[in-house]
Design a protein around this ligand. Structure first.
Ligand SMILES: Nc1ncnc2c1ncn2[C@@H]1O[C@H](COP(=O)(O)OP(=O)(O)OP(=O)(O)O)[C@@H](O)[C@H]1O
Ligand SMILES: [Mg+2]
Length: 406
């Protein structure tokens, strides 16, 4: 699907910046005859996201016009082989030989990212030479902003070498260095493309973790990680059904949520902690769940799944009620938006809100996060900020990321 978005809040520089550094822009070597980036309108970027669900890589090819128009021209997904997923999971915990395993996994991930780049180029009918830069999130294996680090694997030098395209990555570290959470980073992009001059909106991304962006006219955008999105649902489904995820939430729908277990799950201090806050597999894991199941052994596995779904619904709903009281419009993105049971329950839980997919705003649910990393790459090249200090808690606006020239 093709989208055609243009922010009403201003696309490239929503931060009151004076705009891109003209010194940066130069003739594109491969399109010299038709384009001078300073004068001609359109540049093409590839954005890639591989998130906490560990399902794989989502890639999009976007066009950015100087007048603020933004389009996704193609998307492409590469699933993680089971062995890669297992390696990522094992590096999430302390173990032997971590550095070698991380380096080798970084190479394997780079090769998967390269396959996603080839796939999206082919789908769009583009050549590598037409792409300005790839924005690649990498794969998070540790996220500990309070200890001053966050680690995303993916050998981006190898990706630049194999694709022949400039690669931008490591977007989170600078925000962490500036005292921020390094996450979520997507709210700045959500603000740039989804903000409305008069309507208060909430954008909810339901990935492995769920996070929301609060867009209230006249107010700085807000946002934080609400808690688990699909991650625990996936882990429990894998354990008991041998499936990567609960298709449309049908298995959860076959069970009954247990209110006592739900209270125990929601008792984690993460939920009552004030923003800024971000989380990941470092906290919410199968082990986290299993320690809380003591005393609930009589529940069926389907009832536990129903309760986990209720937990995801509840932590999103509470976040919206507490921090976006006036927002009537809620737009869902990420793979969790395909979970019909989850969406149905969320609509029941928030009956006065208008809840729709991000497709209603022009971007299908699986394109939003990947497009955000294309946008972040473009911000980096223009030396414009990519973070929102109100969201991450950083000391100020920062240009995010590192560049690996082709
Ligand atoms: N048809 C479906 N029914 C139920 N759940 C689905 C369906 N399709 C996708 N999902 C869920 O979405 C997940 C993938 O979502 P997504 O790729 O947005 O998450 P992610 O990679 O963790 O990204 P991020 O953490 O950055 O938001 C799957 O693991 C699964 O739980
Ligand atoms: Mg994913």
């Amino acid at each position: 699907m093709r989208s055609d978005l243009c922010s009403e809040a201003g696309f490239v520089a929503p931060f009151g910046s004076e705009g891109p550094d003209p010194g940066y822009f130069s003739w594109d070597q491969d399109l010299k005859s038709t384009k001078c980036i300073n004068q001609v309108m359109t540049e093409y970027f590839i954005g890639m996201m591989s998130g906490t669900s560990l399902d794989g890589v989502d890639a999009v090819l976007c066009s950015f016009a100087a007048d603020g128009h933004f389009n996704v021209l193609a998307d492409y997904a590469v699933s993680y082989p089971a062995e890669i997923r297992q390696q990522v999971l094992s590096l999430q915990d302390i173990g032997i030989d971590e550095l070698r395993r991380a380096a080798r996994l970084g190479n394997q991930l780079a090769d998967l990212y390269a396959a996603a780049v080839q796939g999206v180029l082919q789908t769009a009918g583009f050549r590598a030479a037409q792409i300005r830069t790839i924005g690649c999130h990498g794969q998070t294996v540790r996220h500990a902003p309070l200890d001053g680090y966050t680690v995303q694997l993916g050998n981006l030098a190898r990706l630049a070498e194999s694709t022949g395209i400039d690669v931008a990555g490591d977007f989170r570290s600078r925000d962490v260095a500036a005292g921020g959470q390094g996450a979520p980073l997507v709210p700045a992009f959500h603000q740039a493309v989804f903000a409305h001059a008069d309507h208060a909106r909430v954008i909810v991304n339901i990935g492995g973790i769920s996070n929301l962006t609060i867009l209230i006219p006249g107010t700085p955008a807000g946002g934080f990680d609400c808690g688990p999105g699909n991650m625990l649902l996936d882990a429990w489904c894998q354990l008991h059904q041998g499936l990567a995820y609960d298709q449309a939430g049908a298995w959860a729908a076959s069970g009954q949520p247990n209110t006592d277990l739900l209270s125990v799950l929601l008792d984690d201090p993460y939920f009552s902690a004030p923003p800024p806050k971000s989380t990941g597999r470092d906290l919410f894991s199968l082990e986290w769940l299993q320690t809380r199941l003591t005393g609930f052994e009589s529940l069926s596995a389907a009832d536990v799944q129903a309760t986990l779904l209720a937990q995801t619904v509840q932590c999103i709903a509470i976040a919206i009620e507490d921090f976006a009281t006036e927002a009537r419009e809620v737009y869902l993105c990420g793979g969790g938006a395909h979970n019909l049971e989850l969406v149905t329950r969320l609509k029941q839980r928030l009956p006065t809100r208008h809840i729709e997919s991000s497709a209603a705003l022009g971007l299908p649910v699986h394109q939003v996060e990947a497009a955000a990393f294309a946008w972040l790459a473009r911000q980096l090249l223009a030396r414009l900020p990519g973070n929102l200090p109100e969201v991450t808690g950083a000391q100020g606006l920062r240009v995010l990321g590192a560049l690996y020239p082709r």
